[in-house]
Design a binder for this molecule. Structure first.
Ligand code: HEM
Length: 144
């Protein structure tokens, strides 16, 4: 067997020597790995800036209280990622009711979110974890 193979096997089995620091990163909540409150605020601020500059969807936000939306988005992401927050906003159905959002609107919103996460340098695996939390909300948001 080539020497690389045992190590590869060890990695697959999770048996590779890991420092205590690596072990703690593995157990940290998504909230902690995103950088806690400051990390989430950076993602939300960069996202809102992009959404408001995006001619394809910014019309939906023309009557929105942006500081309030910012606060609720931060709260929602914090709570969903295992952070010490309680989401105090409306349900997704209620918040988006009357907007009749399409799948395309939803995809554009996600596109802006991904661009924002790239901008603030959220690592790709964490982006996937965050999108995994919010992707399933599509049916509660589209067509309401
Ligand atoms: C995963 C996707 C989404 C999430 C997690 C999300 C989350 C939220 C949250 C937490 C609120 C505040 C709730 C409240 O006011 O009580 C909100 C409001 C709002 N969302 Fe979304 N949203 C998503 C997708 C979208 C999309 C695709 C659009 C439009 C393109 C949109 C437009 C709005 C608008 C305009 C408001 C403000 C409503 C108002 O002013 O009353 N959202 N959203």
């Amino acid at each position: 067997m080539k020497p690389v193979l045992p190590c590869l096997l060890a990695i697959l089995l999770g048996a590779c020597a890991s420092t205590p620091q690596q072990a703690s990163v593995k157990n940290d909540t998504l909230y902690q790995r995103l950088g806690g409150a400051a990390g989430i605020e950076a993602v939300v601020d960069a996202s809102l800036k992009r959404v408001h500059g995006d001619l394809r969807i910014n019309i939906f936000f023309e009557n929105t209280d942006v500081p309030d939306l910012r606060r609720l988005l931060i709260e929602q992401i914090c709570a969903a990622s295992g952070g010490p927050c309680v989401y105090s906003g409306r349900s997704m159905e209620e918040a988006h009711s009357g907007m009749n959002l399409s799948d395309r609107d939803f995809d554009i919103f996600v596109e802006d979110l991904i661009a924002a996460m790239n901008e603030v340098k959220v690592p790709a695996p964490l982006q996937q974890e965050l999108l995994g939390l919010f992707g399933p909300m599509r049916p509660q948001i589209v067509g309401q």
